[in-house]
Design a protein around this ligand. Structure first.
Ligand code: HSE
Length: 449
């Protein structure tokens, strides 16, 4: 079809009029994608989609997109209240004023599309209820893993499965840092500075490196996978900022990669949700997701493992997810609100408030690095202490002392054990006279079933 040709879709319905809150990287990407792919998007939605009104903090700032035909304002509420705007896209980020603007749009019955993972993680339960009450929707594909259509995959594509667990590399900045530490032997702080310069990191990079951004995203994935409310506050979170290059190297010698993994699993007695540095076997596809890329591995009882990989951030990839939501919204505007795809994958009165397991009750393998005095009996004492707690050693490496202190590193991998028992064992190991520095403990996931 040639550009500008009028299709049946164009003729059938008037254009869907979009109000865009935020004209930065993601907002600019949305305008570019809508402009570039206008014909295909109209064919898929059954109508044209036009951005008619947009807000930005500074109208004079340089833009990555054309702005022709778009009414501009510095007041985002003008966009929300504009009666000629049918749907709102929120890509400003942050909690305030995004929360208030989205609530107002929903009050007005306007569908909202957002890339705001923090807002969905903290306030999603309320926003979904409000949308439901007003017969409209909040769409948030872009909030998790950028351009990867993981929300749709779990909520719709895997709807026939009981989802057992999922594991994801869901923060590109963290993965970029870990990849460079591994490949270039650089320190954490050195690579973080580069990630910030390249624009990958959040405004506050502690969100990336301390696992908060990952916890936002994991809480959203778990809620959809298990049909439960969002429980961001219950996600156990550990960052990568204290990770040492030598642990990345030792993990590799043992056949593992360290990834900042988000992991959620359903058990009979509840759900575990955790984000922390994790050793995963290097032969797993997930272990080979490098740089700023994201990937999510989802295990369904019927399908087995499925893996979703792609760009987790950036203008066009995030716009890809936002525009997919826009097409969905355009399609669903004509559908009965009670028969639309539910926000949390199950119909609202079936969302079930599953208990969240304490970290004491999780069971996983462990990587331990002990710094010990080079003297007879050290290994025997360590092995005996672990044996006393019923902990089985799977692999071990011992390095030569690297200085005159005669301190040497012993690195151990253990078989899976309950975390509470491992904590007690680490306390006992730490108390051994020969152990002369804090023990480094990382968790190991085999990701097989
Ligand atoms: N700071 C985020 C990341 C951006 O690094 O993944 C996308 O959410």
């Amino acid at each position: 079809m040639s550009e500008g040709e009028v299709t049946n879709a164009d003729a059938a319905l008037p254009p869907l009029r979009v109000g865009l809150l935020g004209l930065g990287t993601v907002g600019g990407g949305v305008v570019n994608v809508l402009t570039r792919n206008a014909e295909d998007i109209a064919r898929r939605s059954g109508r044209r989609i036009d951005v008619v009104h947009a807000s930005a903090r500074n109208l004079g700032a340089p833009r990555i997109c054309p702005l022709n035909g778009i009414l501009l304002t510095t007041n985002p509420m003008d966009v929300v209240e504009n009666p000629n705007v049918d749907v709102i896209i929120e890509v400003m980020g942050g909690m305030t004023p995004a929360s208030m603007l989205i609530r107002r749009a929903l009050e007005l019955g306007k569908p909202v599309i957002t890339a705001n993972k923090a807002l969905i993680a903290h306030e999603g339960n309320e926003l979904f209820a409000l949308a439901q009450a007003k017969g409209t929707v909040v769409a948030f594909e872009a909030a998790v893993a950028g351009g990867i259509p993981i929300i749709k995959a779990i909520r719709e594509g895997l709807a026939g499965n009981r989802i057992e667990w999922l594991a994801g590399i869901i923060n590109g900045t963290g993965n970029f840092i870990l990849t460079a530490m591994r490949d270039e032997g650089r320190s954490f702080s050195d690579v973080l500075a580069e990630a910030q310069k390249l624009g990958y990191a959040e405004a506050d990079p502690t969100f990336d490196v301390e696992g908060i951004d990952g916890a936002h995203k994991l809480s959203i994935l778990a809620a959809i996978a298990f049909g439960m409310p969002l429980k961001f506050d219950s996600v156990y979170t550990e960052g990568i900022s204290t990770l040492k290059t030598e642990d990345v190297r030792y993990a590799r010698e043992l056949g593992y990669q360290i990834k900042h993994l988000g992991f959620a699993r359903r058990h009979e007695n509840g759900v575990e949700m955790r984000v922390h540095p994790t050793l995963i076997p290097e032969r797993r596809l997930l272990a080979n997701v490098d740089g700023v890329k994201n990937a999510v591995l989802v295990w369904g009882d019927a399908v087995g493992p499925t893996l979703y990989y792609g760009a987790g951030a950036g203008a066009d990839p995030t716009a890809s997810a936002v525009v997919a939501d826009l097409v969905d919204v355009a399609r669903t505007l004509t559908a009965d609100p009670n028969h639309r795809v539910p926000h949390l994958a199950v119909v609202p009165d079936q969302v079930s408030d599953l208990p969240i397991l304490s970290m004491d009750d999780i069971q996983t393998g462990y990587y331990l690095r002990l710094t010990v005095l080079d003297q007879p009996g050290v290994l025997a004492n360590i092995a005996r202490t672990l044996a006393d707690f019923g902990i089985n050693i799977e692999a071990m490496i011992q390095k030569e002392a690297s200085d005159e202190t005669l301190h040497l590193p012993i690195v151990l991998l253990t078989h899976p054990m309950r975390e509470a028992i491992m904590n007690d064992a680490i306390e006992s190991l730490q108390a051994l006279d020969e152990v002369c520095a804090p023990i480094v403990r990382l968790r190991v996931e085999s990701l097989v079933s």
